[in-house]
Write a protein that binds this ligand. Structure first.
Ligand code: DLL
Length: 431
């Protein structure tokens, strides 16, 4: 199961394995999926033309729109009788995207999740509270199967009912918590209201992902929940959680390269970027059978690094995802990711980690308002100096981003909390 050998494999051997799996994947796509057969044909390329990993650059991209246009099962590479599980992303616009897994896919995914949990300090003896949503979302079931594969004890509590989450943590002695980082913060607040101190609990690590968060947010979570926090990344189209995870170095997320071939590209031109340059992350699955994907454009923005890591793993690392190309706000020509504003906010004493960005257009000009909650203590202490403080925060953000923003200090606990993925941006320009 956990195979340290595969994660610390010599890179040349790893590349041979990837090439063999890449060819097999493209072959299956070409033979079994009419959509891919046509795309490959249009590009005048076949799996037989793949001789090196670099040849991936000649292959066509797949986008979320392709998945939607082939809704529901058009990209499946096996008959539905071989599909044992279907997940879907709800998607805020248009049709959902549907993904199908064969029993082998479920097995591989469970192994990757077990490997992810191990990277996040878990072993057989742990009690793992899975507070990601169970259902069509891949978070809950992904962690569930991984936990069982590892042989640890899964608490399949799903998201929501936060007081019960805390009581379970206390009563069952949870040691590993899995949920979105924003939900972890909400749990910290709820525990505080219940008079429960995390220092008395047995939590040792938290495996948080499914939404962008910053290193500063990590510091807050680690302090408030008294645990070591790991960033886990994934997306349902490619598999679910467990595409990459941080190791104890916490300096980038190792991509499970035996299963996924990663590239970064220039979003505008589609050109492949040299390693180290920031761009849109693109994945080709290497051993997925239900719905293999060729060069899937994630819209997530990051950069890759193949520098050796002190943990001993040889798999490339991706930086924490900065945001999505479609979440990137273009404010008067400047590209702004919510995570950049978060980084500034989290450095300011007395600010709670709850914030929201409201974007509007006034007289043809984009304006951005940063609503951020003041912590309880600061609110009562500084009620008179709030305006000056607001100015200070405003100028900190302005000097970091290089654009004007409006800051609004909100009362403690006034911004809506999330039990899953937090809504950070309200863009009224689209209405
Ligand atoms: O969010 C899978 C997942 C579940 C990952 C639990 C981690 C933990 P989707 O709902 O398809 O799948 O959303 C995928 O979420 O393209 C990113 O934009 C974002 N995302 C996921 N993990 C991270 C992360 C799951 N660690 C989309 N940091 C992805 C930043 C993330 N963004």
């Amino acid at each position: 199961m956990y195979n340290p050998e595969i994660e610390s494999m010599d890179r040349d051997r790893l590349k041979d394995l990837q090439l063999e799996r890449l060819k097999d994947t493209v072959k299956r796509c070409e033979e079994m999926v009419p959509f891919y057969r046509q795309r490959l044909h249009e590009k005048g390329i076949s799996w037989k033309d793949i001789n090196s990993l670099e040849d991936v650059e000649n292959l066509p991209f797949t986008t979320k729109d392709d998945l939607r246009e082939n809704y529901p099962f058009g990209l499946f590479a096996v008959p539905t009788r071989e599909i044992v599980r279907i997940h879907a992303s709800s998607g805020t616009t248009g049709r959902p995207t549907v993904v199908g897994y064969t029993s082998t896919d479920i097995e591989v995914w469970a192994e990757l999740m077990a490997r992810s949990l191990m990277a996040g300090m878990a072993d057989k003896s742990d009690i793992v509270q899975i507070a990601y949503g169970y259902g069509l979302f891949t978070g809950g079931l992904g962690f569930h199967y991984g936990t069982e594969k590892l042989g640890a004890s899964a608490i399949p509590i799903s998201g929501g009912n936060t007081k019960r989450q805390i009581r379970m943590m206390v009563d069952l002695g949870t040691t590993v918590l899995c949920c979105t980082p924003s939900y972890a913060l909400y749990m910290a607040e709820t525990a505080d209201e219940m008079g429960i101190d995390f220092k008395q609990l047995k939590l040792k690590s938290g495996i948080f992902g499914a939404e962008p968060w910053s290193d500063r947010m990590r510091d807050k979570i680690e302090r408030l929940l008294n645990l070591s926090a790991f960033d886990v990344y994934g997306l349902s189209e490619v598999m679910g959680p467990g595409v990459s995870i941080e190791c104890e170095e916490k300096n980038g997320l190792h991509i499970f390269e035996d299963c996924f071939l990663a590239e970064t590209i220039n979003t505008e031109t589609g050109e492949s970027l040299p390693i180290g340059e920031q761009g849109e992350l693109v994945f080709t699955t290497l051993n997925k059978f239900g719905m293999p994907l060729i060069r899937y454009r994630t819209r997530d923005v990051t950069s890759l690094s193949d520098e050796p890591c002190a943990c001993g793993r040889t798999h490339v690392r991706m930086k924490r995802v900065r945001g999505r190309t479609d979440d990137m706000l273009i404010i008067r020509g400047v590209n702004v990711f919510p995570s950049q504003i978060e980084t500034v906010l989290m450095q300011i004493e007395g600010i709670s980690p709850h914030y929201q960005l409201i974007v509007d257009r006034e007289a043809g000009l984009d304006i951005i308002e940063v609503q951020v909650e003041v912590s309880e203590d600061m609110f009562s202490d500084r009620i008179r100096g709030l305006e000056e403080w607001q100015q200070l925060i405003q100028s900190e953000i302005e000097s970091y981003l290089g654009i004007g923003v409006k800051v609004l200090l909100a009362e403690p606990r006034s911004i809506t909390r999330s039990e899953g993925k937090a809504v950070r941006v309200i863009d009224n320009r689209e209405l």
